[in-house]
Ligand binder design. Structure first.
Ligand code: PGA
Ligand code: ZN
Length: 428
């Protein structure tokens, strides 16, 4: 089945900013689509998102150049190729682009095409996307990491820590994990409204708070868990995304909400005290992507007690992940398709992570679309964890709901090990 045409057009993401949808057409008439997400707290080592930069239109955010690149250069280079040669197709686009970070054609142009090719291939084989991506070996339903409270760049810096997420570690089934989170999410909303702390929902659907200190959200989280009838640390644990690169300037970590700045040593001590005081099971980007000393030290001290995830540190880049593995910088990797820009490289990053005995966490971006590709990626690769923001807004819910659909499609063949996934990295 050969590619005959590739088209692209501008759509809008969950923040109402332009992004693109790519449509691949095959000689059998089958079409596949891919929609490209977009981050706000992006890492400096990410592949390049090409935007037009014309301030008179869409505040510079339109993606006309990326769309043109799909329709002309990319379409021309891929016409006639077999849709099943995903690796060759992705390599062709990487070579055609010719830069280190996909800045010429745009990682958004390349990723949209790469996703659309995979979707068209699955459609041609008449199998679900998870089955195609995992060559039929994927059946593990993920443990969800779900944001309860938003912050940082996703909530107007109302609170310095980007994400307070819940992981239903006591859940025995995928459905139960959603029920637990449902109850906690809504309890947290009630509590925040009662205390006059709720502004609305943040970019990823978690409650947008109005706090006076960075420890306040911990208390809200614990109160919400208890109000919903669960035991913190037994049924549900806290997961934090510190997004620390955003807090780090001139050799210091800054927490404006607390009117404090910290040297790297002092920030280490602060995070250590939080990890000892609260039922935290997972922590993402605890330090800036340049503060390698602290990553290493933290992993040496907490690497068998906590999941330590590199997001901005690794940017789904296998060379960076390999350095992390060699130097013991973390024990888990956040996986975002658009950080690297092709399906093939994303799958390689997942495999490298798994082969090292680390855990991949498949993740959405803060700017999302109605595309549920990542739900299929999570099951197809048996990644075991999925992070999609919160428990509201359809661009988030579509991903959680898609796992329910996949479970039905897998019939009795799906598995759920829940927090058992952590047995691979933690001593508990
Ligand atoms: P982003 O945030 O998509 O804005 O980068 C998500 C994250 O930091 O995990
Ligand atoms: Zn992150």
């Amino acid at each position: 089945m050969k590619i005959t045409d590739i088209d692209a057009f501008q759509i809008y993401d969950s923040r109402g900013y332009p992004t693109l949808e790519v449509e691949v057409t095959l000689s059998n008439g089958i079409k596949g689509q891919g929609m490209v997400p977009s981050g706000a707290s992006t890492g400096q080592f990410e592949a390049h998102e090409l935007r037009d930069g014309d301030e008179t239109r869409f505040k510079g955010k339109s993606v006309g150049k990326a769309i043109l690149n799909v329709k002309t250069e990319i379409s021309g280079a891929l016409a006639g190729k077999s849709v099943f040669d995903q690796e060759d197709i992705d390599q062709t686009m990487i070579k055609l682009d010719g830069t280190k970070n996909k800045s010429r054609l745009g990682a958004n142009a390349i990723l949209g095409t790469s996703m659309a090719v995979a979707s068209a291939a699955a459609e041609t084989k008449d199998v679900p996307l998870y089955e195609y991506l995992g060559s039929g070996t994927g059946n593990l339903l993920p443990l969800n990491e779900i944001q309860i409270l938003g912050g940082g760049a996703h909530a107007g810096w109302s609170n310095d820590i980007q994400d307070f997420l819940a992981i239903a570690i006591g859940a025995k089934s995928y459905e139960e994990s959603l029920e637990i989170i449902h109850n906690i999410y809504h309890s947290a909303g009630e509590i925040m409204k009662e205390r006059g702390k709720c502004v609305g929902v943040a970019d990823e659907g978690g409650w947008w708070p109005n706090y006076t200190s960075n420890e306040e959200p911990f208390q809200v989280f614990l109160d919400a868990t208890e109000r919903a009838g669960y035991i913190p640390g037994k049924d549900v644990s806290i997961s934090l995304d510190i997004a620390a690169s955003d807090l780090y300037r001139e050799d210091k970590y800054h927490l404006p909400l607390d009117h404090k700045s910290f040297t790297p040593d002092q920030f280490y001590a602060l995070l250590k005290s939080w990890c000892e005081k609260y039922p935290i099971i997972s922590i993402e980007d605890p330090f800036a992507d340049t503060d390698v000393t602290n990553w290493k030290r933290f992993t040496a001290e907490f690497g068998d007690k906590l999941q330590i995830i590199g997001d901005d540190l690794f940017t789904t880049n296998k060379n960076r992940i390999q350095v992390g593995i060699d130097q013991g910088l973390a024990n888990a990797v956040l996986i975002k398709l658009n950080q690297i820009g092709t399906v093939t490289e994303t799958m390689e990053a997942i495999r490298l992570t798994q082969n090292a005995g680390w855990l991949p966490v498949i993740s959405a971006r803060s700017g999302e679309t109605e595309d549920a590709f990542i739900s299929h990626l999570a099951v197809g690769t048996n990644a075991g964890q999925l992070k999609v923001g919160s428990f509201s807004r359809s661009e988030r819910m579509v991903k959680w709901n898609e796992i329910l659909r996949i479970k039905r499609q897998l019939k009795g063949k799906s598995t759920f090990i829940g927090s058992g996934i952590y047995d691979r990295i933690l001593k508990r």
